[in-house]
Design a binder for this molecule. Sequence first.
Ligand code: CTP
Length: 415
Amino acid sequence: MTEAPPPDAPELAGRRVLLGLTGGIACYKAAELCRLLVKAGAQVRVAMTEAACRFITPLTMQALSGQPVFVSQWDARPNNHMAHIELGREAELLLVAPASADFIAQIAQGRAGELLALLCLARPDGVPLLLAPAMNRQMWQHPATQRNVRQCAADGAQVLGVASGAQACGEIGDGRMLEPEDLLHAVTAALAPKSLAGLRVLISAGPTFEALDPVRGITNLSSGKMGFAIARAAFEAGAQVQLVAGPVSLPTPYGVQRSDVTSALDMHAAVMERAQEADIFISTAAVADWRPAQKAAQKIKKDGSGATPALQFVENPDILAAVARSPRAAEGKLYCVGFAAESENLLDNAAAKRQRKGVPLLAANIGAATFGRDDNALLLVDEHGAQQLPHASKRRLAQLLIAEIARRLPGAASA
Ligand code: CTP
């Protein structure tokens, strides 16, 4: 598996997105968002309010989207001279980013005073409306804004964020627009098929770190990339996702709830607790099999004699096997998926490991050195035998794996 896999198809190839901008300094980030959407293959139409045009020019958005930009409801360019109907008809999704306090108030009240608000109100059934608020923290916290946001959500809009941090006005707090990358992920999620709608998915990922003393320990080279990619794909498939991560330096996927842990014992405790409220557990973590029997309270020092420390180890709990033995799993309410890293006899070892762990599905990494890479290939082993997933990016493999899990769930239509 040394050659790179074929490149992924663009995530949003041919998907029709209407991007709305309202007045706010975060408009400069909307330019980057537009670029990311186009790069992901989307056909992006941009509609701007008059206020947005004071922060960024329609020409900028036209250059980035490669399409004419619309501001006025009286614009005669669309086919039937009805911009508010025609643009909405074309779109599969509306994303307003940034959405100002005033614009959110208009949407909450069902007002349609300018083109973008008209488009939101006149959008066809089934076309999602995503609002990415951006405003000063006091405006965000004002009860009127909070009431309007709740009303928009109750009317079916998805409110994205907000993020917290330094604001253009010099204050610090809630009200920042989500980063363009997160908004792109929100769009991808909103347009993805919902094979795990309403299910709760728990994922363990990354290595564990077993301390020897306050400054040293034993770990492994797991990057966590596969588990994080699976978390993202599960969220996109409509699941509520809890990710228990060992020490890794990866950003939390959009929409995913993350808990960071260090040792196998920490991971065991975090996973066992969350498994009581999960429908699916996917164990991708490279859990250390052993930990030092004792952690020295102070840094272990050389004594000058040349003697090396005699390390004693004890075995860590097998987290996956413990979850698979839990009452929820035994009652068929928790579907467990294991991973396996094998250096030889892949199929036999994977099949034996599946039995030993007591899980219905095991995904074995094909090729030993997958740690840290962005690609992988998996052999899926279940009660019926083995099936190979192609050599692909971990992003693509994660999507395929989620589809395979959804297909196998008890009660799934195609199971
Ligand atoms: N696993 C776990 N807890 C452990 C060890 C492993 O939850 N203490 C999980 C891993 O997350 C993975 C599966 O068990 O889903 C198999 O892990 P792997 O390291 O391949 O196997 P081991 O159980 O460690 O067995 P061996 O090292 O003998 O191959």
